[in-house]
Design a protein around this ligand. Structure first.
Ligand SMILES: NC(=O)c1ccc[n+]([C@@H]2O[C@H](COP(=O)([O-])OP(=O)(O)OC[C@H]3O[C@@H](n4cnc5c(N)ncnc54)[C@H](OP(=O)(O)O)[C@@H]3O)[C@@H](O)[C@H]2O)c1
Length: 238
């Protein structure tokens, strides 16, 4: 493949927040993005990007918690692309309602797991055939330092912490399984970033955090397979 061939990225939760900014920066430098979202048509950001980058942005509906929705989205990708260079499993939800063990909402916890943990596995399985067709493919799962057992100094947020810790384990498994096909699987922590989830007090601007992660994803190689990385590519404790 020539160096100038655009790279092809699939991004979940691409309608706002970090996913939208990844989409913007990859399109800006000439790459191609398949933006998946629960309701892509209602995203002003995606509409604006489609106008600016005709022919390089595709969208499809995808609820990562729903098997059939994920399969339909993967079919939409397969219809127009014959390979995927990078799958960014970015969609995720926080969990403000599980601070204490005596007041857990188990229905809500199950939903958080469906989205944060099982969603990335669904997408990876559904797009595996296309990932295997790239010589340097990667699966990048957006985790959080809150999913680190070693770093848990305060407790709380049961659903979010547990779902991201389980995502970390799932990613290590993916690294073992997919590494044989040359696919690199990592978990990436963005830092605390100003988005709807991060809130206005977050110290990091979205554009800066994403610029750092775009560089880190560009630099991924076999030596990173199975790693837990910060946005600049440094190692984080499990
Ligand atoms: N911001 C931070 O400080 C921070 C820190 C650590 C980790 N992270 C991680 O970074 C990722 C992105 O976070 P963010 O800050 O951009 O959050 P955000 O602004 O709240 O955006 C979350 C995205 O996930 C999507 N989503 C939620 N449930 C979904 C589902 N069932 N199917 C498909 N998409 C779904 C949302 O789509 P809708 O519009 O349809 O709801 C939205 O696009 C998450 O995995 C998060 O855990 C963020």
């Amino acid at each position: 493949m020539a160096e100038s061939t655009p790279r092809r990225f699939v991004v979940t939760g691409a309608n706002r927040g970090l996913g939208l900014e990844f989409t913007r920066q990859w399109l800006q430098r000439g790459d191609e993005v398949f933006a998946l979202a629960r309701d892509p048509a209602s995203s002003e950001g995606l509409r604006e990007l489609a106008g600016k980058h005709p022919g390089r942005l595709w969208t499809a509906l995808c609820d990562v918690a729903d098997d059939r929705s994920v399969e339909a989205a993967a079919s939409a990708v397969r219809e127009v692309w014959d390979r995927v260079d990078c799958l960014l499993n970015n969609a995720g939800v926080g969990d403000r309602h599980s601070a204490s063990v005596d007041s857990l909402d188990f229905g809500r916890l199950r939903t958080v797991f469906e989205i944060n943990t099982l969603g990335p596995l669904r997408l990876t399985g559904a797009l595996l055939g296309l990932l295997k067709r790239c010589p340097r493919a990667s699966v990048v799962n957006m985790t959080s330092l809150m999913g680190s057992i070693a770093d848990n100094g305060s407790g709380g947020a049961y659903g979010y912490r547990m779902s991201k810790a389980a995502l970390n384990m799932a990613t290590k498994n993916l690294a073992h399984e997919l590494g044989k096909d040359g696919i690199v699987a990592v978990v990436l922590h963005p830092g605390w970033v100003k988005t709807d989830m991060g809130g206005p007090r977050a110290p990091l601007e979205t554009a800066d955090a994403i610029a750092a992660m775009v560089r880190t994803i560009d630099g991924l190689g076999p030596e990173h397979n199975g790693a837990f990385l910060d946005r600049n590519g440094g190692p984080l404790p499990w």
